[in-house]
Ligand binder design. Structure first.
Ligand SMILES: Cc1cc2nc3c(=O)[nH]c(=O)nc-3n(C[C@H](O)[C@H](O)[C@H](O)COP(=O)(O)OP(=O)(O)OC[C@H]3O[C@@H](n4cnc5c(N)ncnc54)[C@H](O)[C@@H]3O)c2cc1C
Length: 485
C-alpha cells in the first residue's frame, strides 16, 4: 500500500482520492478551505440557494462510471435532463431553444433560419468525427506533449486531418454555418474552456457535439450535491479528508508535503488538485514546468452576481444566454492588453427550480471577465468601486435586454475573479487554468505526470482540461497511471 496525499478537495481531488482508495492506496486529502468542492461551491441566505460555480453538467456517463467504479450510484443523487438545454436570445430580439433531440433541433433551426437545420446537421457530423478522433488519444489518456500528435500522424493520419490542428473554432463555424447567430452560438463553446473562439482550435467542436449527443443536465437540488456525493464516497472508501489544511510545500522528489502549521506529512505519491500555476509557482520548484505553463494564455475568469429576486419572470428558461451585438468586443476586452471588464457582455442567467422561497427566484448571473491581477492581461478587481460599479452595470444591461429586476431585488451578492482566486486558489481566478488559445495550447497544459518524481496533477488546470467531466476524466487518467497499490 502506498501513502498518497492529495492536495485540494475539488472534484478532481475527491474523485482521484476515491479511485485510489479503491485501488488499495492509503489516501489523505488536504484541503485549504473549510469546505470541500473548490469551484463547485454554494451560497445560501434567507432561503435562497445558489450554485456559485458550475450550473450545467454534460457527459453524465463520466460520473456514472466514476461512481460505479467506486461503489455504485449514490442514493439520492438525481440527474435531470434539461429541455431546453439553453434559451439563447440574440441582440436582434430573436430566440432559440436548444435541445438534445437532434431531429427537433434541426426542425427548430430550419424554421428559425432556412438552411440552418441542414447546416447544423452537417456541422455536427464533422464534430462527431472530431470527438471520435480526439476522445481516446487526448481526453481519456495522458498526453505526452506534441509527441501525441506526432504519433497520431503516423498511426491514424485520417484522425489527425479530422482534428484540423491549424484551424480555429471560428474557422470551422464560418465553413459550416451560414447564419451569423448560429456561428455566435458555436463561438460560445470556446468559453467552456476559457478561450477565445478566434484562437481556440477547431477540435473544440466536440463540446457542442457532446451536448447535442449526451444532453445537458442538472443535479436536483443543485450541482453542489455532486461535491457532497463525492465527499461521501471518498469517506466511505476510507479516504481521510482534512479541511482547513493548507499545503505550503511539496518535496522534490516526493517524500511528503509540508502543511501551513509546519507539520510534515510523509507520502510516497502526491497528487496535486490545486491550480497548476500555484503548484509550480509556489509549492514545488520545477522551473521547466513553470516556464512551459507561462507560455500559455491563462483562461478567462468570471464575474458573478447572485440575485435574490421577488416574483416570477415570464420567458425565462432554466439556462438563458443573452448575446450582445458585438461578440468579438467581448474577447478583445477579456484577452486584450490591457484587459478590461466587458462593456456589453454576454449575460448567462441560470434560474434553477426550487432554490428560493415561495414566489421568488434565485438568479445566478455569470459574465466572462479578465482574470484578476496587476499585469496587462489582467484587471485589479479589488480597485475601489470597480466590482460594485460593474455589478450595477450588469443590472442595467439585464434591464436593457428585457430583464428588469432592480425593483424586485431583495439583495445581491457579487463574486469577482479576485474572490474566486481567494476562495479556490485558482491563480487570478482563471476558471480553467490555461486557455486553449493557440495551436499548441493543449501541449502547454500541464501533464498529469509531472517532471517531479512522485508528483501527479489532477483537475481543471491539468490535462485534459476544465469543466466537470474533463476534471473527472483527469482523475481516471491519474489513477490509471498509478495503478493498484
Ligand atoms: C463560475 C464558474 C462556472 C462554471 N460553470 C461550469 C459549468 O457550468 N459546467 C462545468 O462542467 N464546469 C463549470 N465550471 C468549471 C468547474 O467548476 C471546474 O472545472 C471544476 O470544478 C474544477 O475542479 P478541480 O478538480 O480542478 O478543482 P478546483 O475546484 O479548482 O479545486 C481545487 C481545490 O484545491 C484547493 N487548494 C488550492 N491550493 C491548495 C493548497 N495549497 N493546499 C490545500 N488545498 C489547496 C482549493 O481550496 C480548492 O478546493 C465553472 C467554474 C466556475 C468558477
Amino acid at each position: 500500500m502506498s501513502r498518497v496525499v492529495v492536495v485540494g478537495a475539488g472534484v478532481g481531488g475527491l474523485a482521484v482520492a476515491a479511485r485510489l482508495a479503491c485501488l488499495g492506496h492509503h489516501v489523505t486529502v488536504c484541503e485549504a478551505a473549510d469546505e470541500v468542492g473548490g469551484k463547485l461551491g454554494t451560497f445560501e441566505r434567507d432561503g435562497f440557494r445558489f450554485d456559485t460555480g458550475p450550473s450545467l453538467l454534460t457527459m453524465p456517463a463520466v460520473f456514472q462510471e466514476l461512481f460505479a467504479a467506486t461503489g455504485g450510484w449514490p442514493t439520492g443523487l438525481e440527474l435531470q435532463r434539461l429541455d431546453p438545454i439553453a434559451r439563447y436570445r440574440f441582440a436582434d430580439g430573436s430566440t432559440l431553444d436548444s435541445t438534445d433531440d437532434l431531429e427537433q433541433m434541426c426542425r427548430r433551426l430550419e424554421a428559425w433560419s432556412p438552411g440552418s437545420g441542414a447546416d447544423w446537421r452537417a456541422f455536427l457530423s464533422r464534430a462527431e468525427r472530431i470527438w471520435e478522433a480526439s476522445k481516446g488519444p487526448f481526453l481519456e489518456s495522458a498526453l505526452h506533449g506534441s509527441r501525441s500528435l506526432a504519433a497520431l500522424a503516423v498511426t491514424r493520419p485520417t484522425d489527425l486531418a479530422t482534428l484540423a490542428p491549424g484551424r480555429s473554432l471560428r474557422d470551422l463555424g464560418r465553413r459550416h454555418l451560414r447564419d451569423p447567430r448560429l456561428r455566435m452560438l458555436l463561438d460560445r463553446y470556446a468559453t467552456y474552456t476559457g478561450s477565445d473562439p478566434r484562437r481556440a482550435p477547431a477540435a473544440l467542436a466536440s463540446i457542442p457535439f457532446v451536448e447535442q449527443a449526451f444532453g445537458g443536465w442538472y443535479v436536483t437540488g443543485g450541482l453542489r450535491r455532486l461535491a457532497d456525493a463525492l465527499l461521501d464516497r471518498a469517506l466511505e472508501v476510507g479516504v481521510s479528508v482534512r479541511t482547513g489544511t493548507r499545503v505550503v510545500a511539496i518535496s522534490d522528489p516526493v517524500r511528503g508535503v509540508t502543511l501551513a502549521d509546519g507539520t510534515f506529512l510523509p507520502a510516497d505519491v502526491v497528487v496535486a488538485n490545486a491550480d497548476a500555476a500555484h503548484v509550480y509557482g509556489d509549492l514545488v520548484a520545477c522551473p521547466l514546468a513553470a516556464r512551459k505553463l507561462a507560455r500559455a494564455t491563462p483562461s478567462l475568469s468570471g464575474f458573478v452576481l447572485l440575485l435574490a429576486v421577488e416574483g416570477r419572470t415570464p420567458g425565462l428558461a432554466h439556462h438563458n444566454v443573452l448575446f450582445p451585438a458585438d461578440y468579438d468586443a467581448e474577447f478583445d476586452a477579456v484577452f486584450g492588453a490591457p484587459a478590461r471588464p466587458v462593456e456589453d457582455p454576454t449575460l448567462y442567467v441560470s434560474v434553477p427550480p426550487g432554490q428560493a422561497p415561495e414566489g421568488c427566484a434565485a438568479w445566478f448571473v455569470l459574465v466572462n471577465a479578465p482574470r484578476h491581477g496587476t499585469g496587462r492581461g489582467a484587471v485589479d478587481w479589488r480597485a475601489p468601486g470597480l466590482a460594485e460599479g460593474y455589478a450595477d452595470r450588469l443590472l442595467d444591461r439585464l434591464a436593457a435586454r428585457g430583464l428588469e429586476v432592480r425593483d424586485r431585488l431583495r439583495w445581491r451578492e457579487v463574486i469577482t475573479p479576485a474572490d474566486l482566486e481567494q476562495r479556490t486558489g485558482a491563480v487570478g481566478g482563471a476558471i480553467y487554468g490555461s486557455s486553449s488559445n493557440g495551436a499548441t495550447a493543449a501541449f502547454l497544459r500541464p501533464a498529469n505526470r509531472s517532471p517531479v518524481p512522485g508528483l501527479f496533477l489532477v483537475g481543471g488546470s491539468a490535462h485534459p482540461g476544465g469543466g466537470l467531466p474533463l476534471v473527472a476524466l483527469s482523475a481516471r487518467i491519474v489513477s490509471g497511471l498509478l495503478g493498484p497499490a
